[in-house]
Design a protein around this ligand. Sequence first.
Ligand code: GLV
Length: 328
Amino acid sequence: MDRPRILVTRAIFPDVIDALSQHFDVESNQDDRIFSSDELIAKAAGKDGIFTTPSERIGADVIAACPTLKAICNMAVGYNNIDVAAATQAGIIVTNTPDVLNETTADFAWALLLATARRVTESEHWLRAGNWNKWRYDTFLGADVHGATLGILGMGRIGQAIARRAAGFNMRVIYHNRSRLAPELEARANHAQYVGKDELLRSADHLVLALPYSPQVHHTVGAAELALMKPTATLVNIARGGIVDDAALIAALRAKRLAAAGLDVFENEPAFDPAFLTLSNVVLTPHIASASEPTRRAMAQCAAANLIAALTGGSPPNILNPDAINKG
Ligand code: GLV
């Protein structure tokens, strides 16, 4: 029998390519070229599976143009880059990589929160520019983290991991989510208290966004929401670009209607709004919240395991659309 043919859309760990090659004819992209959508369709045509990353949009057009596809395996927990409904309709399995990145991503949310509240990168840039010639009582005064109120919008597994870490900072945790957590999960998440979205925005000293992107949450934090926040508050986004209205955020930060923001994700990334670069009260990172060595490896291995199971008759551990199987 012919071996299944797969496309790996971006550079990944060479040993993961080797593992995939034991099962499949692999077309890899270790040069890490960014494909146009026409190139992506041309490369995916005739393949049985795609190993992809959140940077590639696998829309209904790709799915319609590739009738041999049986599986699309994303190396990410988020999967808003894939048209899951179109895939299900076409009998194509879609998988993601949940759980393996929860703790690492929560660590990074805290790195951004602390750096933002205590002005770590801003003061480092100032020091590197040779400005430090005396001690002053008011050099880079920031906001306290310990004892403050931490707000979390999106209380899934990553949100809960962020909340647990707040215990060490003696913080009150409030959260808003599509649905309230079971009491035992709230207790484990540092006794997080469920509140309405407006109350979350009004009461948080530090607000962290940890919700998945969908069109329903596009610009869920826009001008009106930012206006509810304390002017002393900070905002951290480790979730997805598009959840925040970046233009509204830039306006709020510029006018100091919000103290500072720590952002790992942006609208239209990597071509983010250059106005961010003109602001001193932001910490900007290039979508690296899950980027520890062990975790990125675990994500790649998880995506590969899903693809191998999907194309060799097994059950992919992280299938997002079980209905696709009956259609296939
Ligand atoms: C990264 O952004 C992910 O969704 O895993």
